[in-house]
Design a protein around this ligand. Structure first.
Ligand SMILES: Nc1ncnc2c1ncn2[C@@H]1O[C@H](COP(=O)(O)OP(=O)(O)OP(=O)(O)O)[C@@H](O)[C@H]1O
Ligand SMILES: [Mg+2]
Length: 351
Protein backbone atom coordinates (compact mmCIF):
# COMPACT_ATOMS: atom_id res chain seq x y z
CA UNK A 1 0.00 0.00 0.00
CA UNK A 2 1.12 3.52 -0.73
CA UNK A 3 1.52 5.96 2.12
CA UNK A 4 -1.49 8.19 2.41
CA UNK A 5 -0.42 11.79 2.17
CA UNK A 6 -2.31 15.04 1.90
CA UNK A 7 -3.70 13.73 -1.43
CA UNK A 8 -6.03 11.57 0.64
CA UNK A 9 -8.54 14.36 1.02
CA UNK A 10 -8.12 15.65 -2.52
CA UNK A 11 -11.32 16.20 -4.46
CA UNK A 12 -11.10 15.70 -8.16
CA UNK A 13 -14.27 17.54 -9.10
CA UNK A 14 -16.61 19.92 -7.28
CA UNK A 15 -18.65 18.09 -4.69
CA UNK A 16 -17.02 14.79 -5.59
CA UNK A 17 -16.21 12.56 -2.63
CA UNK A 18 -13.41 10.97 -4.60
CA UNK A 19 -9.98 10.74 -3.01
CA UNK A 20 -6.83 10.23 -5.04
CA UNK A 21 -5.49 7.53 -2.74
CA UNK A 22 -8.71 5.60 -2.91
CA UNK A 23 -8.75 5.71 -6.70
CA UNK A 24 -5.18 4.45 -6.82
CA UNK A 25 -6.11 1.67 -4.41
CA UNK A 26 -8.99 0.65 -6.68
CA UNK A 27 -6.61 0.33 -9.64
CA UNK A 28 -4.28 -1.96 -7.73
CA UNK A 29 -7.21 -4.37 -7.33
CA UNK A 30 -7.77 -4.77 -11.10
CA UNK A 31 -5.08 -7.43 -11.56
CA UNK A 32 -6.80 -9.83 -9.18
CA UNK A 33 -10.24 -9.62 -10.81
CA UNK A 34 -11.85 -12.29 -13.01
CA UNK A 35 -14.58 -11.11 -15.35
CA UNK A 36 -16.60 -12.34 -18.31
CA UNK A 37 -17.78 -10.36 -21.34
CA UNK A 38 -20.95 -11.99 -22.67
CA UNK A 39 -22.47 -10.75 -25.91
CA UNK A 40 -22.01 -9.86 -29.54
CA UNK A 41 -18.47 -10.30 -30.81
CA UNK A 42 -17.60 -8.13 -33.79
CA UNK A 43 -14.61 -8.42 -36.11
CA UNK A 44 -13.46 -4.88 -36.93
CA UNK A 45 -11.64 -5.47 -40.20
CA UNK A 46 -9.27 -2.90 -41.72
CA UNK A 47 -8.12 -3.07 -45.33
CA UNK A 48 -5.32 -0.63 -46.08
CA UNK A 49 -4.43 0.49 -49.59
CA UNK A 50 -2.15 3.02 -51.25
CA UNK A 51 -3.97 5.31 -53.72
CA UNK A 52 -2.14 4.96 -57.06
CA UNK A 53 -4.43 6.49 -59.70
CA UNK A 54 -7.99 7.39 -60.55
CA UNK A 55 -10.12 4.47 -61.65
CA UNK A 56 -11.49 4.41 -65.21
CA UNK A 57 -14.59 2.57 -63.96
CA UNK A 58 -15.88 5.20 -61.55
CA UNK A 59 -14.76 8.51 -60.02
CA UNK A 60 -12.74 6.70 -57.34
CA UNK A 61 -9.09 6.16 -56.54
CA UNK A 62 -7.65 2.70 -57.17
CA UNK A 63 -5.95 1.43 -54.03
CA UNK A 64 -3.01 -0.90 -54.18
CA UNK A 65 -3.21 -3.52 -51.44
CA UNK A 66 -0.98 -2.82 -48.42
CA UNK A 67 -2.38 -4.76 -45.49
CA UNK A 68 -5.44 -6.24 -43.82
CA UNK A 69 -6.05 -6.98 -40.16
CA UNK A 70 -8.86 -7.69 -37.70
CA UNK A 71 -9.33 -6.07 -34.30
CA UNK A 72 -11.83 -7.52 -31.81
CA UNK A 73 -14.88 -5.22 -31.52
CA UNK A 74 -18.24 -5.15 -29.73
CA UNK A 75 -18.23 -7.41 -26.65
CA UNK A 76 -14.73 -8.51 -27.66
CA UNK A 77 -13.59 -4.89 -27.35
CA UNK A 78 -15.04 -4.70 -23.84
CA UNK A 79 -13.02 -7.85 -23.07
CA UNK A 80 -9.82 -6.34 -24.52
CA UNK A 81 -10.33 -3.21 -22.44
CA UNK A 82 -10.76 -5.18 -19.23
CA UNK A 83 -7.70 -7.28 -20.09
CA UNK A 84 -5.57 -4.19 -20.82
CA UNK A 85 -6.53 -2.89 -17.38
CA UNK A 86 -5.00 -6.03 -15.87
CA UNK A 87 -7.93 -8.36 -15.17
CA UNK A 88 -8.28 -12.03 -16.10
CA UNK A 89 -10.93 -12.02 -18.80
CA UNK A 90 -13.09 -14.57 -20.60
CA UNK A 91 -15.59 -14.10 -23.43
CA UNK A 92 -18.84 -15.87 -24.28
CA UNK A 93 -20.62 -15.42 -27.60
CA UNK A 94 -20.72 -16.62 -31.18
CA UNK A 95 -18.40 -16.50 -34.19
CA UNK A 96 -18.79 -18.02 -37.64
CA UNK A 97 -16.73 -20.71 -39.32
CA UNK A 98 -14.88 -18.10 -41.36
CA UNK A 99 -11.67 -16.10 -41.60
CA UNK A 100 -12.86 -13.05 -39.57
CA UNK A 101 -14.04 -15.42 -36.82
CA UNK A 102 -10.75 -17.32 -36.72
CA UNK A 103 -8.79 -14.09 -36.68
CA UNK A 104 -10.99 -12.68 -33.91
CA UNK A 105 -10.33 -15.80 -31.86
CA UNK A 106 -6.57 -15.64 -32.54
CA UNK A 107 -6.43 -11.97 -31.55
CA UNK A 108 -8.27 -12.60 -28.28
CA UNK A 109 -5.96 -15.52 -27.45
CA UNK A 110 -2.93 -13.35 -28.23
CA UNK A 111 -4.26 -10.79 -25.74
CA UNK A 112 -4.46 -13.52 -23.08
CA UNK A 113 -8.27 -13.76 -23.10
CA UNK A 114 -10.01 -17.08 -22.38
CA UNK A 115 -12.07 -18.06 -25.45
CA UNK A 116 -13.59 -21.31 -24.14
CA UNK A 117 -17.03 -19.62 -24.24
CA UNK A 118 -16.80 -18.68 -27.94
CA UNK A 119 -19.19 -20.96 -29.81
CA UNK A 120 -18.62 -21.45 -33.52
CA UNK A 121 -21.83 -21.56 -35.55
CA UNK A 122 -21.54 -22.94 -39.09
CA UNK A 123 -23.60 -21.02 -41.69
CA UNK A 124 -23.53 -17.88 -39.59
CA UNK A 125 -20.99 -15.32 -40.75
CA UNK A 126 -19.04 -13.58 -37.99
CA UNK A 127 -20.39 -10.04 -37.57
CA UNK A 128 -17.81 -8.02 -39.47
CA UNK A 129 -17.38 -4.29 -39.97
CA UNK A 130 -14.92 -3.64 -42.75
CA UNK A 131 -13.24 -0.28 -43.24
CA UNK A 132 -11.34 0.41 -46.43
CA UNK A 133 -8.63 2.93 -45.64
CA UNK A 134 -6.70 4.75 -48.34
CA UNK A 135 -3.37 6.31 -47.47
CA UNK A 136 0.39 6.11 -47.61
CA UNK A 137 3.37 7.78 -46.02
CA UNK A 138 2.80 10.73 -48.42
CA UNK A 139 -1.02 10.90 -48.15
CA UNK A 140 -3.15 11.41 -45.04
CA UNK A 141 -5.08 8.20 -44.29
CA UNK A 142 -8.78 8.36 -44.93
CA UNK A 143 -11.65 5.90 -44.58
CA UNK A 144 -13.06 5.39 -48.09
CA UNK A 145 -15.85 2.92 -47.40
CA UNK A 146 -17.35 0.88 -44.62
CA UNK A 147 -19.08 -2.42 -45.26
CA UNK A 148 -21.04 -4.04 -42.44
CA UNK A 149 -21.96 -7.69 -42.46
CA UNK A 150 -24.07 -7.94 -39.34
CA UNK A 151 -26.41 -10.81 -38.62
CA UNK A 152 -29.33 -9.77 -36.44
CA UNK A 153 -31.13 -13.12 -36.23
CA UNK A 154 -30.96 -15.00 -32.93
CA UNK A 155 -28.29 -17.68 -32.76
CA UNK A 156 -29.58 -21.23 -33.34
CA UNK A 157 -30.77 -23.19 -30.24
CA UNK A 158 -27.63 -25.34 -30.24
CA UNK A 159 -25.40 -22.26 -29.98
CA UNK A 160 -27.64 -20.75 -27.33
CA UNK A 161 -27.49 -23.93 -25.27
CA UNK A 162 -23.71 -24.08 -25.67
CA UNK A 163 -23.36 -20.54 -24.33
CA UNK A 164 -25.79 -21.27 -21.46
CA UNK A 165 -23.84 -24.40 -20.48
CA UNK A 166 -20.62 -22.42 -20.53
CA UNK A 167 -22.18 -19.78 -18.25
CA UNK A 168 -23.26 -22.47 -15.77
CA UNK A 169 -19.66 -23.68 -15.63
CA UNK A 170 -17.81 -20.37 -15.69
CA UNK A 171 -19.86 -17.80 -13.79
CA UNK A 172 -19.59 -19.30 -10.28
CA UNK A 173 -15.85 -18.59 -10.11
CA UNK A 174 -15.99 -14.97 -11.32
CA UNK A 175 -16.14 -11.49 -9.78
CA UNK A 176 -18.01 -9.71 -12.55
CA UNK A 177 -20.14 -10.14 -15.65
CA UNK A 178 -20.66 -7.61 -18.41
CA UNK A 179 -23.47 -8.12 -20.88
CA UNK A 180 -22.59 -6.30 -24.09
CA UNK A 181 -25.57 -6.39 -26.45
CA UNK A 182 -25.20 -4.93 -29.94
CA UNK A 183 -28.44 -6.68 -31.00
CA UNK A 184 -26.55 -9.22 -33.12
CA UNK A 185 -28.38 -12.28 -31.82
CA UNK A 186 -26.51 -13.53 -28.73
CA UNK A 187 -28.40 -11.76 -25.96
CA UNK A 188 -31.78 -13.50 -26.20
CA UNK A 189 -34.41 -13.65 -23.49
CA UNK A 190 -33.23 -17.19 -22.66
CA UNK A 191 -29.59 -16.16 -22.23
CA UNK A 192 -30.58 -13.22 -20.01
CA UNK A 193 -32.79 -15.55 -17.96
CA UNK A 194 -29.79 -17.85 -17.44
CA UNK A 195 -27.06 -15.27 -16.92
CA UNK A 196 -28.55 -12.72 -14.52
CA UNK A 197 -30.03 -15.06 -11.86
CA UNK A 198 -26.89 -17.23 -11.97
CA UNK A 199 -24.58 -14.23 -11.61
CA UNK A 200 -26.68 -12.86 -8.77
CA UNK A 201 -26.69 -16.19 -6.97
CA UNK A 202 -22.89 -16.24 -7.04
CA UNK A 203 -22.50 -12.63 -5.95
CA UNK A 204 -21.10 -11.21 -9.20
CA UNK A 205 -21.19 -7.53 -10.07
CA UNK A 206 -23.34 -7.29 -13.22
CA UNK A 207 -22.91 -4.48 -15.75
CA UNK A 208 -25.07 -4.05 -18.84
CA UNK A 209 -24.04 -2.11 -21.95
CA UNK A 210 -26.84 -2.65 -24.41
CA UNK A 211 -28.54 -1.35 -27.51
CA UNK A 212 -32.28 -1.92 -27.65
CA UNK A 213 -34.73 -2.07 -24.77
CA UNK A 214 -32.91 -1.80 -21.44
CA UNK A 215 -36.00 -3.05 -19.59
CA UNK A 216 -34.98 -6.61 -20.58
CA UNK A 217 -32.29 -6.53 -17.87
CA UNK A 218 -33.54 -6.49 -14.30
CA UNK A 219 -31.70 -6.96 -11.02
CA UNK A 220 -28.32 -5.80 -12.29
CA UNK A 221 -25.65 -3.73 -10.59
CA UNK A 222 -25.10 -1.02 -13.17
CA UNK A 223 -26.10 -0.02 -16.69
CA UNK A 224 -23.90 2.13 -18.93
CA UNK A 225 -26.11 3.21 -21.84
CA UNK A 226 -25.29 6.19 -24.00
CA UNK A 227 -27.78 9.04 -24.07
CA UNK A 228 -29.52 7.80 -27.24
CA UNK A 229 -29.96 4.30 -25.83
CA UNK A 230 -31.42 5.74 -22.60
CA UNK A 231 -33.78 7.96 -24.62
CA UNK A 232 -34.95 5.15 -26.88
CA UNK A 233 -35.74 2.80 -23.99
CA UNK A 234 -37.76 5.52 -22.27
CA UNK A 235 -39.37 6.68 -25.51
CA UNK A 236 -38.62 10.37 -25.02
CA UNK A 237 -36.06 12.96 -26.06
CA UNK A 238 -33.48 13.98 -23.49
CA UNK A 239 -32.45 17.63 -23.61
CA UNK A 240 -29.95 18.87 -21.08
CA UNK A 241 -28.71 17.74 -17.68
CA UNK A 242 -32.05 17.66 -15.87
CA UNK A 243 -33.69 15.44 -18.49
CA UNK A 244 -30.75 13.04 -18.40
CA UNK A 245 -30.76 12.92 -14.59
CA UNK A 246 -34.47 12.09 -14.62
CA UNK A 247 -33.88 9.44 -17.28
CA UNK A 248 -31.16 7.89 -15.10
CA UNK A 249 -33.58 7.65 -12.18
CA UNK A 250 -36.29 6.12 -14.37
CA UNK A 251 -33.84 3.54 -15.74
CA UNK A 252 -32.71 2.73 -12.22
CA UNK A 253 -36.28 1.80 -11.32
CA UNK A 254 -36.99 0.04 -14.62
CA UNK A 255 -33.87 -2.13 -14.39
CA UNK A 256 -33.91 -2.51 -10.63
CA UNK A 257 -30.24 -1.47 -10.75
CA UNK A 258 -27.91 -0.09 -8.10
CA UNK A 259 -26.62 2.58 -10.45
CA UNK A 260 -26.87 4.03 -13.93
CA UNK A 261 -24.08 5.74 -15.85
CA UNK A 262 -25.34 7.54 -18.95
CA UNK A 263 -22.48 8.36 -21.34
CA UNK A 264 -22.97 11.54 -23.34
CA UNK A 265 -20.14 11.81 -25.85
CA UNK A 266 -18.54 15.26 -25.65
CA UNK A 267 -20.86 16.10 -22.73
CA UNK A 268 -19.17 13.48 -20.53
CA UNK A 269 -21.46 11.36 -18.39
CA UNK A 270 -24.25 11.49 -15.84
CA UNK A 271 -24.10 9.16 -12.84
CA UNK A 272 -27.24 8.25 -10.90
CA UNK A 273 -26.89 6.26 -7.69
CA UNK A 274 -29.37 3.95 -5.96
CA UNK A 275 -30.65 6.74 -3.69
CA UNK A 276 -31.27 8.96 -6.75
CA UNK A 277 -28.22 11.18 -6.11
CA UNK A 278 -26.88 12.52 -9.40
CA UNK A 279 -23.53 13.86 -10.65
CA UNK A 280 -22.50 15.15 -14.07
CA UNK A 281 -18.87 14.46 -14.99
CA UNK A 282 -17.33 16.59 -17.78
CA UNK A 283 -15.60 14.98 -20.78
CA UNK A 284 -12.02 15.44 -21.90
CA UNK A 285 -11.41 18.61 -23.91
CA UNK A 286 -12.36 18.52 -27.64
CA UNK A 287 -8.74 19.30 -28.53
CA UNK A 288 -7.80 15.79 -27.40
CA UNK A 289 -10.31 13.88 -29.54
CA UNK A 290 -9.01 11.75 -32.40
CA UNK A 291 -11.35 8.76 -32.61
CA UNK A 292 -14.27 8.08 -30.26
CA UNK A 293 -14.84 4.51 -31.56
CA UNK A 294 -15.31 2.10 -28.67
CA UNK A 295 -15.11 4.74 -25.92
CA UNK A 296 -18.37 3.38 -24.50
CA UNK A 297 -16.81 -0.11 -24.30
CA UNK A 298 -13.90 1.37 -22.35
CA UNK A 299 -16.33 3.02 -19.91
CA UNK A 300 -18.24 -0.25 -19.40
CA UNK A 301 -15.09 -2.31 -18.79
CA UNK A 302 -13.58 0.22 -16.40
CA UNK A 303 -16.79 0.70 -14.40
CA UNK A 304 -17.20 -3.07 -14.05
CA UNK A 305 -13.61 -3.61 -12.84
CA UNK A 306 -13.77 -0.68 -10.42
CA UNK A 307 -17.00 -1.98 -8.88
CA UNK A 308 -15.61 -5.52 -8.55
CA UNK A 309 -12.62 -3.92 -6.79
CA UNK A 310 -14.94 -2.35 -4.20
CA UNK A 311 -15.16 1.21 -5.57
CA UNK A 312 -18.23 3.39 -5.09
CA UNK A 313 -20.33 3.97 -8.21
CA UNK A 314 -19.11 7.57 -8.41
CA UNK A 315 -15.45 6.52 -8.22
CA UNK A 316 -16.07 3.81 -10.81
CA UNK A 317 -17.73 6.28 -13.18
CA UNK A 318 -14.95 8.80 -12.62
CA UNK A 319 -12.36 6.19 -13.62
CA UNK A 320 -14.48 5.19 -16.64
CA UNK A 321 -14.67 8.80 -17.77
CA UNK A 322 -10.93 9.24 -17.33
CA UNK A 323 -10.20 6.03 -19.28
CA UNK A 324 -12.54 7.14 -22.09
CA UNK A 325 -10.69 10.47 -22.20
CA UNK A 326 -7.50 8.50 -22.91
CA UNK A 327 -8.83 6.11 -25.60
CA UNK A 328 -10.41 8.91 -27.65
CA UNK A 329 -6.90 10.26 -28.22
CA UNK A 330 -5.99 7.08 -30.07
CA UNK A 331 -7.04 5.79 -33.48
CA UNK A 332 -9.47 2.88 -33.68
CA UNK A 333 -11.07 1.08 -30.74
CA UNK A 334 -8.17 1.56 -28.32
CA UNK A 335 -7.48 0.38 -24.76
CA UNK A 336 -5.70 1.82 -21.71
CA UNK A 337 -3.65 0.16 -18.98
CA UNK A 338 -4.01 0.59 -15.22
CA UNK A 339 -0.65 2.42 -15.20
CA UNK A 340 -1.86 4.90 -17.80
CA UNK A 341 -5.00 5.43 -15.77
CA UNK A 342 -2.92 5.99 -12.66
CA UNK A 343 -0.85 8.66 -14.44
CA UNK A 344 -4.08 10.30 -15.61
CA UNK A 345 -5.34 10.43 -12.01
CA UNK A 346 -2.08 12.10 -10.98
CA UNK A 347 -2.39 14.65 -13.79
CA UNK A 348 -6.07 15.35 -13.00
CA UNK A 349 -5.22 15.97 -9.36
CA UNK A 350 -2.23 18.14 -10.24
CA UNK A 351 0.37 15.77 -8.75
N1 LIG B 1 -16.33 13.92 -28.56
C1 LIG B 1 -15.93 13.57 -27.33
N2 LIG B 1 -15.21 14.43 -26.57
C2 LIG B 1 -14.81 14.11 -25.34
N3 LIG B 1 -15.08 12.93 -24.74
C3 LIG B 1 -15.80 12.03 -25.43
C4 LIG B 1 -16.26 12.29 -26.76
N4 LIG B 1 -16.94 11.21 -27.18
C5 LIG B 1 -16.89 10.31 -26.19
N5 LIG B 1 -16.21 10.78 -25.12
C6 LIG B 1 -15.96 10.09 -23.85
O1 LIG B 1 -16.28 8.73 -24.01
C7 LIG B 1 -17.38 8.35 -23.16
C8 LIG B 1 -18.28 7.36 -23.88
O2 LIG B 1 -18.65 7.89 -25.11
P1 LIG B 1 -20.09 7.77 -25.78
O3 LIG B 1 -21.09 8.46 -24.95
O4 LIG B 1 -19.90 8.20 -27.17
O5 LIG B 1 -20.34 6.18 -25.69
P2 LIG B 1 -21.01 5.18 -26.75
O6 LIG B 1 -21.95 5.94 -27.63
O7 LIG B 1 -21.54 4.05 -25.98
O8 LIG B 1 -19.75 4.72 -27.59
P3 LIG B 1 -19.50 3.32 -28.34
O9 LIG B 1 -20.70 2.47 -28.14
O10 LIG B 1 -19.26 3.72 -29.77
O11 LIG B 1 -18.28 2.75 -27.72
C9 LIG B 1 -18.05 9.66 -22.79
O12 LIG B 1 -18.71 9.52 -21.55
C10 LIG B 1 -16.85 10.61 -22.73
O13 LIG B 1 -16.14 10.45 -21.51
MG1 LIG C 1 -21.96 2.01 -26.47
Amino acid sequence: MMATGSGDQERLYPGGPTSVERLRGTLTGFGARHVLALGDMVADEYILGRPVRLSREAPLPVLEWVDRYVIPGGAANVARNARALGASVAVAGVIGDDEPGRELRRRLIADGIDVAGLVEEADRPTSTKTRVIGGSSQVVSQQMARIDRVIRADVVPRTRDGIAEYLERALPGLDGLIISDYENGVISEAIVATAIPLARRHGLIIAVDAHGDLGRFRGITVATPNQEEAASTLGRDLRGDDDVARAGRDLLTLMDARGVVITRGSDGMTVVEADGACQHLPAASPAEVRDVTGAGDTVAATVLLALTSGASLLDAAYLGNLAAGLVIRRLGAATVTADELKSAIDRASGL
